[in-house]
Design a protein. Structure first.
Length: 474
């Protein structure tokens, strides 16, 4: 009897040990199960999720630092000492703000020396030009005087000829009248009038001899005008040619060219911002001489990007213009909108291109965001999206196209702290990365969705009607 009792106690002890071992194994399995979105494991329970109305999406993750889409170098071709530096790294500037001044002392001294020499040469040139212009003015005055004098002589010749012809006309009229009178008179009267007729005849003869001379004098006077004009015009043209020749005379333009270049260099010593933005790099300090022409870097904070890489498997699914959801540790759970702005469809040439992500992608961040240059950010590139739809965890859907799909919904069991698995046939739609859309079936928002355990040797496989511990219990 004692032996039986002892054997019984030993059997009970073994059973207790076995139960403890099983419980420990269950706990280990629970700890080994990884968490997925909206999927929980508590104690030794089945994995579960919840039917929920939400936005479903598929996406590709990239990560990178916030940077500017527009970066400009502020440069100067003059390597002179920095006399004044007006900015430091992190300062915001506007286009054309004076960011630094370079020392212009040596350049100004060179300019003043060449300018003084050039001024003397210019004075001499101006003096010569004044003489030539005075000569031109005198030639024009002489021309006017000569032409006026010739014209006056011509006018006098024409007046003398006109008077002679008028006098000739009167004498002819008198002669003809006298001839008529004599012809009508008697012999005695004719004898008395004959001397008068002879006098008129002599006067006409003398005047007829003079008229050709007067005509010749008028012609000569007209030619005198033309001749005076031609000679005077030659003098004026000679004076004008002298002025024009002085303009085209080869002169030394090197001084003017040097002054122009020096002035450009002096002007460039006032260094201005070439764009709006933030100073992110300074290559100079006050009092130093720049090592090269790149003085500083300005990045535009109004146009920020995140540059990351996607794998070869994902790059063909990514397109420019796709929406993006951006998060940073600084902004915590806030989602900042962005769009894919550029895809480099050439894989990195480095040996570790595949490991590095392969293909570079730029995401443009919406303006007026809180992000700052240099922040680390993670970004979801939304490949496809279904908004405000009923979904369940992706791993909770079983079956296939041939036999149909189904899920296990947990309903309250008969015993407190338990639930019963009820199989619900469903039809599925949009497939997100972690949730899948339920388009038809007796599943509603808030339903407990049960999933098959990952280790059947610890927890039995679910079946329609299976009663299990409520996995939501504390």
């Amino acid at each position: 009897m004692a032996t039986v009792q002892k054997s019984k106690k030993k059997k009970i002890s073994c059973i207790i040990i076995a139960v403890v071992v099983i419980a420990l194994i269950a706990l280990l399995v629970k700890a080994a199960l990884s968490a997925v979105s909206s999927i929980s494991l508590t104690n030794d329970s089945y994995p579960y999720g919840e039917a929920a109305v939400k936005d479903l999406s598929t996406y590709v993750n990239i990560s990178g630092n916030v940077s500017s889409s527009s970066t400009v170098n502020v440069t100067s071709d003059v390597l002179a000492k920095v006399a004044q530096l007006n900015v430091k790294v992190g300062d915001s500037v506007k286009k054309d703000d004076i960011v630094c001044l370079l020392d212009t002392t040596e350049l100004q001294e060179q300019y003043d020396k060449i300018a003084a020499s050039a001024d003397k040469a210019k004075d001499a040139e101006n003096y010569k030009d004044a003489i030539l212009r005075r000569n031109l003015e005198e030639a024009r005055t002489a021309r006017t005087n000569a032409v006026n004098k010739a014209q006056q002589a011509a006018n006098e010749a024409e007046n003398a000829r006109t008077q002679a012809y008028e006098q000739h006309k009167k004498l002819v009229e008198q002669y003809n009248a006298m001839v008529a009178q004599i012809n009508a008179a008697d012999a005695e009267m004719q004898e008395k009038l004959q001397p008068q007729l002879d006098t008129l005849s002599d006067a006409l003869d003398k005047l007829n001899e003079k008229l050709p001379e007067l005509d010749a004098a008028v012609d000569a006077a007209q030619k005198g005008i033309q001749s005076a004009q031609e000679l005077a015009d030659q003098s004026v043209q000679a004076a004008q040619d002298a002025i024009d020749s002085a303009k085209y005379t080869l002169t030394d333009d090197s001084a003017a060219e040097q002054l122009e270049k020096l002035q450009e260099q002096i002007d460039s010593c006032t260094v201005r911002a070439t764009a709006d933005g933030v100073i992110t790099q300074l290559n100079i300090t006050e009092g130093s001489i720049p090592m090269n022409k790149n003085l500083m870097v300005i990045e535009n904070t109004d146009s920020l990007i995140i540059r990351g890489k996607v794998s070869e498997a994902d790059v063909l699914r990514v397109e420019e213009g796709m929406d993006c959801e951006i998060k940073t540790s600084a902004t915590e759970d806030e989602i900042i909108a962005g769009k894919v702005s550029r895809i480099e469809r050439i894989i990195s040439s480095s040996e570790n291109a595949a490991a590095d992500g392969g293909y570079a992608v730029e995401v443009a961040i919406e303006q007026n965001s809180k992000l700052l240059i240099g922040m680390s950010a993670s970004c979801k590139i939304v490949l496809s999206k279904k908004e405000n739809t009923l979904g369940v965890p992706y791993d909770a859907v079983y079956g296939g196209e041939q036999d149909g799909y189904y899920v296990y919904v947990g309903v309250d069991g008969d015993t407190p702290g338990t639930v019963k698995a009820v199989r619900k046939d469903v039809k599925i739609g949009f497939e997100g990365d972690y949730y899948i859309e339920i388009t038809e079936g007796d599943v509603k928002e808030g339903d407990l969705i049960l999933m098959q355990p990952r280790a059947f040797d610890v927890l039995p496989q679910l079946e329609d009607g299976s009663v299990i511990s409520d996995p939501r219990r504390e």
